[in-house]
Design a protein around this ligand. Structure first.
Ligand SMILES: Nc1ncnc2c1ncn2[C@@H]1O[C@H](COP(=O)(O)OP(=O)(O)OP(=O)(O)O)[C@@H](O)[C@H]1O
Ligand SMILES: [Mg+2]
Length: 431
């Protein structure tokens, strides 16, 4: 082994907004030749250097080693530079600064419109893509039928791909990218295109690739797919690589940027705290099993809601309620402390109390939730409610999905046990 599969050193990409130069550079070779004939030499845009108003850096100071066999998930907000990074690696666009070393043949599946020649038929494009990768006729023939079968566009193979629907185009492009012999595969947002069944097929194929030792760079907004398929991940933020780590670490950091959550609220003095003449709320917090306040939990881990409150009047019999609301304001579930054996229905001394309720893992669905709490006195009287006491996010670890990555129906995502048995044999009868 001679080093990493991909090495990026201080790579940056500067775009100039509304620049003739950049659109000129992006044009196909044929279009450029035509333009060169039409434009006088003096008017051909020169390469750009220096600082220009309206320019900006889509990628900045990216330094990174990607080892052979790594499956890297690249996440980040819209416009963070993810596609730009893949375009640079696939040599669709050159970097403005820095150095790139790539060991191995690169196959890519980027945005629609890259890769295939629109005038050529599906069949011709498959052969052309293979030839570009240096495969000989025997190697191509060996893969051809598999590619066509995977793509599901067999009846349109002789048609120029410019007449394909975007779904058909993507199917064939993915089939080619997934079957040809390159050591490095770049995939951008492929899951956004195509129907659910094809997305499933793509995920399955990426998973095979990941296990076959190929190096894969996978840009996606589908966090469950990144968590399940990738061995490492990196987070791009305004063109910079702000975090590299395990998919779990990177995805949690990314989700943390997306919303400001509030795992804890507290009030120092009973007089200022919400409540009534019987009790006052001191704090509400979402905590992990170690008691640490946290805003994010994966859907397969357990966590707790703690409610600290002062019981003011000696002899009061108090209880607590939890209500969990989704982003649309629908109550997903609620729970009362009236099955709690130690204190329910029992008189208390005045003092500070903590009620804790366990939210099991393998139960909630991914999403952002607002939590309301209620305190009440004997007979569910004297209720006092704190709406939106805390806000937490449940993210999908992918562990409850098996090999399915599509949408999930319903308000919760419980792990339920399935059992299947064969009851009879289907016997074909003659006559
Ligand atoms: N050819 C171009 N000329 C000028 N600006 C560009 C060009 N291509 C991309 N950009 C800009 O560069 C920035 C990074 O774009 P990029 O497509 O890499 O983002 P992304 O992370 O892939 O976003 P998304 O999640 O929306 O796909 C954006 O602000 C985009 O508008
Ligand atoms: Mg993109």
């Amino acid at each position: 082994m001679t080093g990493p599969a991909i090495r990026l050193q201080d790579v940056g990409k500067r775009y100039r907004l509304h620049s003739t130069a950049s659109s000129f550079a992006a044009a196909s070779a044929a279009a450029r030749n035509l333009l060169l004939r039409v434009l006088k030499p003096g008017r051909v845009p020169a390469p750009t250097t220096g600082h220009y108003p309206g320019e900006f850096w889509a990628l900045k100071e990216i330094t990174l080693d990607i080892e052979e066999g790594d499956v890297i998930g690249i996440v980040g907000r819209n416009g963070a530079g993810k596609s730009t990074l893949l375009k640079i690696l696939s040599r669709i666009t050159p970097p403005t600064t820095g150095r790139i070393e790539i060991r191995g043949r690169v196959g890519s599946l980027l945005e629609i419109g890259t890769g295939f020649n629109p005038e050529l038929s599906g069949r011709e494009n498959v052969y052309l893509s293979a030839a570009i990768l240096g495969m000989n006729a025997a190697e191509i023939n060996a893969e051809f039928d598999k590619i066509v079968e995977f793509s599901g566009v067999a009846s349109f193979l002789e048609m120029p791909v410019k007449h394909y629907s975007s779904g058909m185009y993507m199917r064939l492009a993915f089939a080619v990218a997934a079957h040809l012999r390159h050591e490095i595969l770049l995939i951008d947002e492929v899951l956004a295109v195509g129907d659910a069944a094809f997305q499933q097929k793509c995920i399955g194929r990426i998973s095979d690739e990941a296990h076959s030792g190929r190096t894969v760079l996978f840009v996606s907004h589908n966090m469950a797919a990144v968590l399940s398929l990738c061995t490492k991940a990196l987070l791009l933020q305004e063109g910079r690589n702000t975090k590299t780590g395990t998919p779990h670490e990177v995805v949690s950091t990314y989700l943390g940027q997306l919303s400001e959550l509030c795992p804890e609220r507290s009030w120092e003095r009973p007089n200022d705290a919400p409540g009534n003449q019987l009790f006052r709320v001191k704090a509400v917090r979402a905590v992990d099993p170690g008691g640490k306040a946290r805003a994010r939990f994966s859907n397969d881990e357990e966590w707790f809601v703690e409610i600290d409150y002062w019981s003011i009047v000696p002899g009061s019999k108090l209880g607590t309620t939890l209500a969990v609301y989704d982003r649309m304001g629908s109550c997903v579930f609620g729970s009362l402390s009236n099955l709690e054996p130690r204190w329910h229905g029992k008189p208390r001394a005045a003092g500070l109390y903590r009620s804790r309720v366990r939210i099991p893992g393998d139960f909630m669905k991914e999403g952002i939730y607002k939590i309301a709490i209620l305190l009440w006195a004997e007979g569910y009287t004297d209720q006092f409610r704190v709406d939106e006491a805390v806000e937490v996010e449940i993210f999908d670890s992918g562990n409850l999905r098996g090999d399915y990555f599509g949408g999930w129906e319903g308000a919760v995502h419980p792990r339920l046990e399935w059992h299947c048995e064969q009851l009879d044999t289907l016997v074909a009868r003659a006559g």
